[in-house]
Ligand binder design. Structure first.
Ligand code: GLU
Length: 500
């Protein structure tokens, strides 16, 4: 199995799902998962993108068995470092009549696009209808071609797409797929700088790296006939990998747009360069507060299910249950609310100790420094069911460590009266004298004082909560008081009474 990204930008949702399905399939059948960097298009190269791809895989827990970073016996795993490998295959194709040298200059190509532009064909391609009108080894004599080559004239190698042939292959998701070769242009295989194009390199490398299965996004389906013909011409079809083209991931209103991308937090995590497509520095899933386990889980279900109602899967279970037969052929809809649901489920299932390092970093970013490790773990355990995203831990826990910066007085004032004021004055006195500081004692005392004053404890709980937390949220109010301690509890009640 291989994932073959081009280092042209961040890894987005669809790309990581392709990685995931590759990974699950490889692990299920005891295969190797290879990552090959397809960097033959120097014009689209984005520095830092390769590192980003590997960081993403690491964060997701989808580590390759072989790659630029992991080594392996089929390297180098970066196509730019394999440049010398490809020319001989291009030459072989020319020699056998499956490809040809083309000497057309950029101006000549421009002229062709202009001259042959017609209403029914607004952007003419270099194909079987045009090739005999251009300057290439099919139209020049053998001597002319030889002397142009000998002089070092800039040239490319193009595939000679056959006319009116049907290329058919079996896609693991779509079944039999056929193409009319006349509709496909004579793609460049080797560029003027000697670099192969993606089309040649992908086939040569899949062969040399003994790839058994090639899974990729649906956007590559139109290129499949070129790849299949190259397989046939160079290596014979019986060695060809099994292909699968995964459907697109759709947004709420159809195709997932770039705007959706920014809105839903693709890519996986923030890039340290502006997105070449949108120019934005996009926040990713990681920064939004997703757990990698949740991210993998939700991606797995974007286009696959195991036939049951089960939605939360551990990675080990995914490996065990994944099957290509159950990958849908229709595009899966990405729903951000559902994605958050998965994350909430995973936060609930995670140990406080596991969440602690990430929560600590988030708190530190908000200038909340927690030195008591056990306290932090206890607080996380208490509030994790209320947190959908990791970032929610900041708001849900800051009042345990810092006095709230503001108090929502408007939520207290409308029902505030003399009796309530007296209640809290008495509560302060009681708590001050209380020999123990446990949740149940605090609660019992609270209720007893309320009863003695003919007040409903339920009516007093909200003001109490707001005094301690600042607003209408947080776990059980007596648990909060127990954790923040006597002095801090009394101080917060006194503070609110003083400003009311
Ligand atoms: N280099 C291609 C990409 O960037 C890979 C396509 C394939 O897997 O064949 O998506």
């Amino acid at each position: 199995m291989r994932f073959a990204p081009s280092p042209t930008g961040g890894l987005h949702l669809g790309g990581v799902r392709t990685v995931l399905y590759n990974y699950l399939f490889a692990k299920k059948y005891g295969g190797d998962f290879i990552v090959r960097i397809e960097d033959t298009d120097q014009t689209r190269f984005v520095s830092g993108a390769e590192e980003y791809i590997f960081d993403t895989l690491k964060w997701c827990g989808l580590e390759p068995d072989e790659s630029v970073q992991h080594g392996g016996s089929f390297g180098p795993y970066r196509q730019s470092e394999r440049k010398e490998t490809y020319r001989k295959y291009a030459e072989q194709l020319v020699k056998e009549g499956f490809a040809y040298y083309a000497f057309d200059t950029p101006e000549e190509l421009e002229k062709m696009r202009h001259d042959y532009k017609m209403e029914h064909n607004p952007s003419p391609q270099y194909d079987h209808t045009i090739r005999m009108k251009m300057r290439n080894s099919l139209t020049l004599s053998a001597e002319e071609t030889q002397s142009l080559l000998a002089e070092g004239t800039r040239h490319v190698v193009r595939i000679k797409m056959p006319e009116h042939e049907t290329v058919t292959f079996t896609d693991m998701i779509r079944g039999e797929v056929s193409f009319d070769t006349s509709l496909v242009d004579d793609k460049v295989l080797l560029k003027a700088d000697g670099m192969p194009t993606y089309h040649l390199a992908v086939v040569v490398d899949d062969y040399l790296m003994q790839i058994s299965h090639a899974f990729r996004g649906e956007e590559w389906l139109p290129s499949a006939p070129v790849h299949i013909l190259l397989w046939k011409y160079l290596f014979g079809l019986e060695n060809m990998p099994y292909w699968a083209h995964f459907p697109l991931i759709l947004g709420p209103s159809g195709k997932l747009s770039k705007r959706d991308g920014a809105k839903y937090g693709f890519p996986v995590f923030a890039m340290n360069w502006a997105d070449p497509n949108t120019g934005d520095l996009t926040e990713g899933f990681k920064e939004k507060g997703f757990l990698p386990e949740a991210f993998i889980n939700l991606l797995a279900l974007l286009g696959w299910n195991d036939g049951s109602e089960q939605e939360v899967f551990y990675k080990g279970e995914l490996i065990e249950k994944f099957s290509m037969e159950r990958v849908h052929s229709a595009g899966a809809k990405f729903d951000y609310e559902k994605a958050k649901w998965f994350n909430h489920e995973w936060i609930k299932r995670s140990d406080a100790g596991y969440l602690k390092p990430e929560v600590r970093i988030l708190l530190e970013k908000s200038n909340i420094i927690v030195t008591d490790d056990r306290l932090l773990e206890k607080v996380i355990g208490l509030i994790k069911d209320r947190c959908t995203l990791l970032t929610d831990f900041v708001q849900q826990s800051s009042f345990f460590f810092n006095t709230p910066g503001s108090i929502d007085l408007d939520a207290i004032k409308p029902k505030w009266n003399e009796a309530r004021q007296m209640f809290f004055v008495e509560l302060i006195r009681n708590y001050q004298l209380s020999p123990d500081w446990h949740t149940h004692t605090l609660e019992n005392n609270f209720k007893e004082i309320a009863a003695a004053n003919d007040l409903k404890p339920g009516d007093l709980m909200l003001p109490f909560r707001i005094m301690l937390v600042g607003g209408k949220f947080g776990p059980g109010v007596f648990e909060i008081a127990a954790i923040i301690g006597k002095d801090e509890t009394i101080k917060r009640i006194e503070h609110t009474l003083s400003i009311l």
